[in-house]
Design a protein around this ligand. Sequence first.
Ligand code: 5GP
Length: 189
Amino acid sequence: MKLLKDRILKDGKSFDGGILKVDSFINHQMDPILMKSIGVEFVRKFGNLPINKIITIEASGIAPAIMLGYLLELPVVFVKKAVPKTMVNMVFTIAHSFTKDKDYTICVSKDFLNPNDKVVFIDDFLANGNAAIGIYNLIKEAGAELYGMGFIIEKSFQDGGQRLRELGIHIESLAKIKELGDNKIIFED
Ligand code: 5GP
């Protein structure tokens, strides 16, 4: 997606160690116009699937997910990264955090994810795939059906994409980065 790649080159900050900061337009301050274009692109990728719901994970996946849900007129459910005290009837699984380097419990209410649901998962980044694999397990645990996963940015030098594709998951990434270094961002195509 050219608009997105141009914006990453203009406003993204890359660091040694393969980290990309996009917090002036995706991860902290958000650009709703770009986010709408991202939603339109995800409609092109997933709009023909017989899904009834969009799934994401708090917090950075919510903006692109809500744009897709708005355009397809489908509900959006965000998986929680902390177990709420007040909630019963939840499904849980353990996921590993790339940014914090620790395990955490993710959960969702069975009221909002259950065997009636056919879903697409949307998130900001695909790196090692740990968050996405946690979501894959959570969707299985809930008895729902996964039709695809969409990421704004895939860092293809990390193995998340390969791990997910080996599980047979349909992956769509709007910008694929093959190399990241100090002030260096190289896209796949
Ligand atoms: P994974 O589980 O695929 O290793 O990492 C997924 C999560 O880690 C993403 O949802 C994102 O929050 C965070 N993440 C991974 N790599 C980066 C990065 O280069 N930049 C930023 N801002 N977040 C990242």
